[in-house]
Design a protein around this ligand. Structure first.
Ligand code: NIG
Length: 386
């Protein structure tokens, strides 16, 4: 089988402190060698391989692992966004607008749209992605969304409990029963995860617990949207249920931070959402300094975060959430892999999947120092240039 080496790497981020300096395991003047889809060696520059990519002193980092996206949707909410920029508040109810458009789209049209978004993220260095359903909100449209997502990733999340659709407005518990019954049965075969939106205007803690426990009984791993629009029980519920990740974490109490530090649940920050909804940014420093594991994700969706740029999320995390560049890069790569329980991703170490980004920069500091500049020169997935 043939090998590919990225050689003459000025700075290689491995994310393994045993291979190099600091928390990111930085190696200077390095080469990384791929074979059969995985990393086989990290060496000094000047290696032999069947194919050799000359980095000419630039920086190479692990590919971005985007652990929270909603790539399967139809329609557009730019008018809602413009109204928000003019002073309107963000409301969870906007999800129903996208659900109406998504229900009306064919599976082929949804797949075309999702593939375009996935290609955009890939060009921006996202080498692995989690994709949620959640804009179908009936059995057929949720199953259709999960199947479309499964064509693009093996980390698909069933999010039937995104909001209560209008036809169940008078009886939300009947909708929860549908999510836990017929809808879960139709979606689980395409999914690895189940999620719920724990928030005023979406689902309360009891309803989320019911949904997540039904998902667990169906063999799915747990994730939760929590504490996005105000303080609430989401973070503590996720930790109590040992969810893999609780996402948003914008409004945290001391008890929430203590729970995250003591439990197995990754705190996933989605700062492009806070940017686009004019929410405050999460207090990442408090969470990290308490000892919790954190991830950064794009939350690509039509309502609250219509971006596929992890570089933008890193810039916000450093500029506005006071994370160091190293913390933000780790959170966008290894942190995402940890939030998805994917030990094969997020690192450039022997046996990891050979997912890497060759930057048009000598250091990842440029994500913040040169905001908005496209810095992804080449992306490699499973050892192949894409
Ligand atoms: O993560 N919070 C819930 N879901 C999405 C928003 C979806 C929308 O507004 O369409 C989010 O921000």
């Amino acid at each position: 089988m043939s090998s590919l080496a990225i050689d003459n790497v000025g700075l290689l981020i491995t994310n393994d402190p045993s291979l190099g300096d600091g928390a990111l395991g930085e190696v200077r003047d390095a080469a990384v060698v791929f074979e059969d889809g995985v990393v086989v060696a990290v060496e000094r520059a000047g290696v032999e391989a069947d194919e050799r990519v000359d980095a000419e002193g630039r920086c190479v980092i692990p590919g971005f692992v985007d652990s929270h996206t909603h790539l399967v949707f139809a329609g557009d909410r730019s008018v809602e966004f413009a109204a928000r920029m003019a002073g309107a508040d963000y409301e969870a109810g906007g999800i129903r607008v996208t659900a109406a458009a998504t229900r009306g789209a064919s599976a082929a049209e949804l797949e075309r749209l999702a593939r375009e978004r996935r290609a955009e993220g890939l060009r921006a260095g996202i080498t692995h992605v989690e994709i949620k359903s959640g804009y179908g909100l009936d059995v057929a449209a949720e199953a259709k969304s999960c199947e479309v997502a499964a064509a693009l990733t093996d980390d698909v999340t069933f999010l039937g409990a995104h909001v209560v659709p209008a036809e169940f407005e008078a009886d939300p518990d009947a909708y929860v029963a549908l999510v836990c019954g017929e809808m879960l049965a139709a979606c689980a075969p395409s999914c690895r995860w189940i999620d719920a939106f724990c928030e005023v205007g979406a689902f309360d803690a009891d309803q989320c617990r019911t949904v997540l426990e039904a998902g667990r009984a169906a063999g799915l791993g747990l994730r939760l949207h929590g504490n996005q629009l105000g303080p609430g029980p989401g973070v503590r519920l996720a930790v109590e249920l040992e969810a893999a990740s609780v996402d948003h974490c914008t409004y945290l109490t001391d008890a929430d931070v203590e729970a995250l530090a003591a439990g197995p649940t990754v705190a996933t920050f989605l700062p492009a959402t806070d940017f686009s909804t004019r929410q405050p940014y999460p207090d990442a420093r408090r969470v990290i300094d308490a000892g919790a594991t954190v991830a950064l994700a794009t939350n690509t969706n039509p309502g609250s975060s219509n971006t596929t740029s992890m570089a933008f999320c890193i810039a916000l995390a450093v500029r506005d959430m006071h994370m160091t560049v190293a913390e933000a890069v780790r959170a966008a790569t290894l942190g995402g892999a940890e939030a998805l329980h994917r030990p094969d991703l997020g690192r450039l170490t022997p046996d990891a999947r050979a997912d890497a980004i060759l930057l048009d920069a000598t250091s990842p500091t440029d994500f913040v120092y040169r905001p908005g500049v496209p810095l992804v020169r080449e992306t490699f997935v499973a050892g192949r240039r894409v």
